[in-house]
Ligand binder design. Structure first.
Ligand code: PLP
Length: 345
């Protein structure tokens, strides 16, 4: 890895972060008249902890990482945007990502006027690390990988990710939004080995809390410090911090729901494969499956008419004829499968 100083945008490296009242006084007191808050409407009259330490300590224990190795954001979208904003100089630097993959990398790159180079996956959606590394140059600051990948559902081979981590000199982001559904071990366990690794996770999928917007980035403390420096001071609101703690205390229920989703995934896969217009069901390590059908647009429109909304991915790279179907409750899956069975051919 190059020196962090050479990777961070020079203006960001030099800047001093905003210092809030809650940052300056640490400890407890009986009278807080330092932040121009209203004394009434407790407890929501107070600004939340800008560093979210209580929540981070809980996440640190669950994920077995140091509290200083955690950044919390308004969904994963925030760390995706902040990584690009803090490390890439607009109009100068570039990032790499795989294709097809999650749409937010391109949106964040465009918003920040950063070129994104897409590296096409192989036909089975596996990664060719050599082809990816060839696209990198001195101005390439970040590689975005997604594993399990959206929309294909597969894990990228662990060895391929290691190759990129070992040979790319900038940051390697592994987006693990679906890791809790996967048979692979999280890369959070590799943080000590790779100073350039950033792992993204979220409460939006396996934890069932997309509404509260809580994304997590895990990385070496010096990378986390850069993100903390450029974030909005109070980026995680109090209600989200409180509800996240509640969700994280329900590990057992969440695990059962996850296992049910995995059982249902097998059932949906098998039933789909029996249908004459289904050409392929790609193997999935996530809570959705990519299905190739004879006529994706027709199938999509038919399902909409039946009140069932799936994601039509037919216009994405290598996804011609494909629908992306999220695994729902057993009842929802039955409605989907019955609707498809009754589709006129
Ligand atoms: C759903 C998803 C996310 C989650 O985004 P949030 O902003 O945390 O809700 C992140 N990455 C990928 C690849 C996803 O599919």
């Amino acid at each position: 890895m190059r020196e962090l100083k050479d990777l961070v945008r020079p203006s960001v490296w030099k800047m001093k972060p905003y210092s809030s009242a809650r940052d300056e006084f640490k400890g407890t007191a009986s009278v807080y008249i330092d932040a121009n808050e209203n004394p009434y409407n407790q407890p929501y009259n107070r600004y939340p902890d800008p560093m979210q330490w209580v929540l981070k300590d809980r996440i640190a224990a669950i994920k077995e990482v140091d509290r200083t190795a955690i950044f919390l954001g308004n969904g994963s979208d925030e760390p995706i945007d902040l990584l690009i904003r803090a490390f890439c100089t607009p109009g100068v630097d570039n990032i790499l990502s795989i294709d097809p993959s999650y749409g937010m990398y391109q949106v964040a790159a465009d918003t920040n006027d950063i070129e994104m180079r897409r590296i096409r996956l192989n036909d089975n959606f596996s990664l060719n690390p050599e082809a990816l590394l060839q696209e990198a140059d001195r101005q390439t600051k970040i590689v975005f990988l997604c594993s399990p990948n959206n929309p294909s559902g597969n894990n990228l081979a662990r060895e391929s990710i290691y190759t990129v981590l070992n040979r790319f000199e900038g940051l390697v982001v592994v987006d693990e939004a679906y890791i809790d559904f996967s048979s692979e071990r999280s890369f959070t366990h590799e943080l000590k080995r790779f100073p350039n690794l950033v792992v993204l996770q979220t409460l939006s999928k396996a934890w069932g809390a997309a509404a509260i917007r809580l994304g997590m980035a895990f990385a070496a403390p010096d990378i986390i410090a850069v993100l903390s420096k450029v974030k909005y001071p109070y980026n995680i609101n109090q209600l989200t911090q409180e509800y996240a703690l509640e969700v994280l205390s329900r590990e057992e229920t969440v695990k059962e729901q996850r296992l049910e989703i995995l059982r249902q995934r097998t059932k949906v896969e098998r039933t789909l494969l029996e249908m004459p217009f289904v050409k392929k069901v790609y193997p999935s390590d996530a809570n959705f499956i990519l299905v190739c059908v004879e006529d994706a647009n027709k199938t999509y429109d038919y399902l909409v008419g039946q009140g069932v909304i799936v994601r039509n991915r037919t216009n994405q790279t290598m996804c011609e004829g494909c629908l992306r179907i999220t695994i729902g409750t057993p009842e929802e899956n039955t409605i989907l499968l019955n609707a498809l069975k009754s589709m006129p051919l």
